[in-house]
Structures are given as structure tokens and as C-alpha cells.
Ligand binder design. Structure first.
Ligand SMILES: O=c1ccn([C@H]2C[C@H](O)[C@@H](COP(=O)(O)OP(=O)(O)OP(=O)(O)O)O2)c(=O)[nH]1
Ligand SMILES: [Mg+2]
Length: 148
């Protein structure tokens, strides 16, 4: 039985992608790596593909948090602060649920993220639903797919 976890996006199968992993026995975060080498110009923002999708239970979410070493070691920050990866993003018809990290280069030089480099960490968590909630739509994509 599967409960929650990660899978490789179809396009990235056979490209040496490693599934996200926790660095130590008590770590909360699963480190996700860049699926491609990407260069980011000074002050620019780019989406880093992870080549990964995540499945989970209906009452669960995957939060993407920056690695605390990114600003000092890489000169990068996760520009949306925290990524919220919804359970219904998984296998959506638009992009299969591909998880991206939106990174900003905060330096005056080009920063390159190498393929396979750990870039962001994902933490699974439960969430709560408000009274009289009647949401019933299905997600078709991400990054603005539900409108303004
Ligand atoms: O850092 C992120 C944030 C989001 N997503 C994906 C997963 C998430 O389920 C979807 C939508 O994210 P969110 O709800 O935060 O964005 P939105 O601007 O509200 O877009 P939408 O209208 O598609 O919900 O985009 C990522 O891959 N990385
Ligand atoms: Mg949204």
C-alpha cells in the first residue's frame, strides 16, 4: 500500500534523477535536486525543474522550504518563500504534477545550479478544512491555473 511519496516525471525517467531523500534519520525535509543544469542571471528569477511529482493523502500537503544554506552558499532564495504543493497537483493533465522551485539570484554574478544539486526541501504535513467548505473542483495545472 502506498500512502505518500515521490515519483519521477515521465520525461525525466532514464536521466539519472534521484528520488528526494532525507539527509539524516530525524530530518523533516526531503531534499529535491535540480533535474537540469540552469544558470540564473544576476537578480533574475528562474523555475528550477526537479523532475519529481509527489502523491499524498487527501488531507495532506507538501511544503517546499528553502534550504537555509542557499542564500549564503549559492546566492539563491526560494522567492515565493514557501511552495505549497497540493495533493491534486499530482498527475494533473497540464504538467503531470512536476514540482518546480522558483529561485531568485540575489548576487551580482551569474549563479549556476548543476543537475543533481540539492536545491529545496519538501516537508509533508496534514492540513485542516474550515466549516461549510464546499470546494469540489479538480486541478488542471499550477502557477495560476485556478485564475486570478
Ligand atoms: O513553489 C511551488 C509552488 C507551487 N507549485 C505547484 C504545485 C501547486 O499545487 C501548484 C499551485 O500552486 P499555488 O496554489 O501556490 O499557486 P497559484 O498561483 O495559486 O496557482 P493555481 O491557480 O494553479 O492554484 O503549483 C510548485 O511546483 N512549486
Ligand atoms: Mg492556488
Amino acid at each position: 500500500m502506498t500512502i505518500r511519496g515521490f515519483e519521477i516525471i515521465t520525461k525525466y525517467k532514464n536521466t539519472d534523477i534521484t528520488l528526494p531523500f532525507r539527509a539524516t534519520a530525524h530530518a523533516a525535509g526531503y531534499d529535491l535536486s535540480a533535474a537540469e543544469t540552469i544558470s540564473i542571471a544576476p537578480n533574475d528569477i528562474k523555475l528550477i525543474p526537479t523532475g519529481i511529482k509527489a502523491y499524498m493523502q487527501p488531507s495532506e500537503v507538501l511544503y517546499l522550504y528553502d534550504r537555509s544554506s542557499n542564500p549564503s552558499k549559492k546566492g539563491l532564495v526560494l522567492i515565493n518563500s514557501v511552495g505549497v504543493i497540493d495533493g491534486d497537483y499530482y498527475n494533473n493533465p497540464d504538467n503531470e504534477g512536476h514540482i518546480f522551485a522558483r529561485m531568485k539570484n540575489i548576487t551580482d554574478e551569474v549563479v549556476t545550479v548543476e543537475k543533481g544539486e540539492r536545491i529545496v526541501q519538501g516537508v509533508f504535513a496534514p492540513f485542516l478544512i474550515a466549516d461549510a467548505d464546499s470546494a469540489d473542483g479538480a486541478r488542471v495545472g499550477g502557477f495560476g491555473s485556478t485564475g486570478k
